[in-house]
Design a protein around this ligand. Structure first.
Ligand code: G1P
Length: 292
């Protein structure tokens, strides 16, 4: 069975970006001029996903508005002949997205479980909004290919520095065949010095529907939350769950430094911004050297 549906959890409080996220979802913070969640939705669509469900929470209405028509704005842009802007606005209203609210903030595992009725008895994808991955072949498409070949759940991983392993779900690999990795154990945010490897889960998953049975146990894990990683480990005990070291550069837009780094990298790719930015950097570097 092919993977056609995807869940994008977007119910988090975004406390790392307060006060910006007091009245605005963190998923709407833009990288240059596009909200982070739009990059994620575009990756899902480019990978062949047909149905997307976004798990939202309180104060997330602007996400729904973003992926809806904005008739007044469209009419004004049309009247003024601003075709490029009109096209960019129309593009986001074309995608068909479903929404469900996570009624209590009990963790990622609980958010995914909230979408179980939408998924039914099919394999599905999960894309986390804090991870933007840049690659010609989208990250999710790479995992879907692996799913097609193995028929089993596949979790996207990349290697991180040993000092960072406590920030991620980490795998204990058994065997590595090319980039496909058999996994002994999945562990959520292991304490410093206890990580079984430096392969970290990077916010892209293909899961079989049996995962919902384990998510439904509502067992609390790391950080006092219902963790997706814990349910994946339980699934791994009854059917193989693979990890796949995907290709592409992953940007962490879920914390301040990563967000700023991503903004700079993406802005440098824009011809209208590039030269001005490089001039600014040159000036700043000179200033910092002359202050030493
Ligand atoms: C979540 C997952 C974790 C994964 C990470 C990737 O953690 O629980 O396993 O490695 O996303 O970004 P969070 O960063 O939401 O705490």
């Amino acid at each position: 069975m092919q993977v056609k549906k995807a869940i994008i959890p977007a119910a988090g409080l975004g406390t790392r970006f307060l006060p910006a996220t007091k009245a605005m979802p963190k998923e709407m913070l833009p990288i240059v001029d596009k909200p982070t969640i739009q990059y994620i939705v575009e990756e899902a669509i480019a990978s062949g996903i047909e149905d997307i469900i976004i798990v939202t929470g309180k104060g997330k209405r602007s996400i729904e508005d973003h992926f809806d028509h904005a008739f007044e704005l469209e009419a004004t842009l049309r009247e003024k002949g601003k075709q490029d802007m009109l096209d960019s606005v129309l593009q986001t209203s074309k995608v068909e997205i479903h929404y469900i609210r996570q009624k209590q903030p009990l963790g990622l595992g609980h958010a995914i479980w909230s979408a179980r009725k939408f998924i039914g008895d099919e394999p599905f994808a999960v894309l986390l909004g804090d991870d933007i991955v840049e690659n010609d072949e989208p990250c999710l498409a790479q995992l879907m290919n692996q799913y097609d070949q193995t028929g089993n759940s596949v979790i996207g991983v990349q290697q991180v520095a040993p000092k960072d392993t406590n920030r991620y779900g980490i795998i204990d690999p058994i065997s590595v065949e090319d980039k496909l990795i058999g996994v002994n154990r999945f562990v959520e945010k292991p304490a410093v010095g206890t990580a079984p490897s430096n392969y970290a889960i990077m916010g892209r998953y293909i899961l079989t529907p049996e995962i919902f049975g384990f998510l439904g146990e509502h067992q609390y894990g790391a950080g006092g939350e219902i963790q997706l990683t814990d349910a994946i480990q339980k699934l791994n005990e009854v059917q193989p769950v693979y990890a796949y070291e995907f290709e592409g550069r992953r940007f962490d837009v879920g914390e301040k430094y990563g967000f700023i780094e991503t903004t700079i990298e993406f802005a440098l790719k824009r011809p209208e911004l590039r030269n001005q930015l490089l001039e600014l950097f040159e000036k700043k570097l000179k200033e910092s050297y002359s202050n030493k």
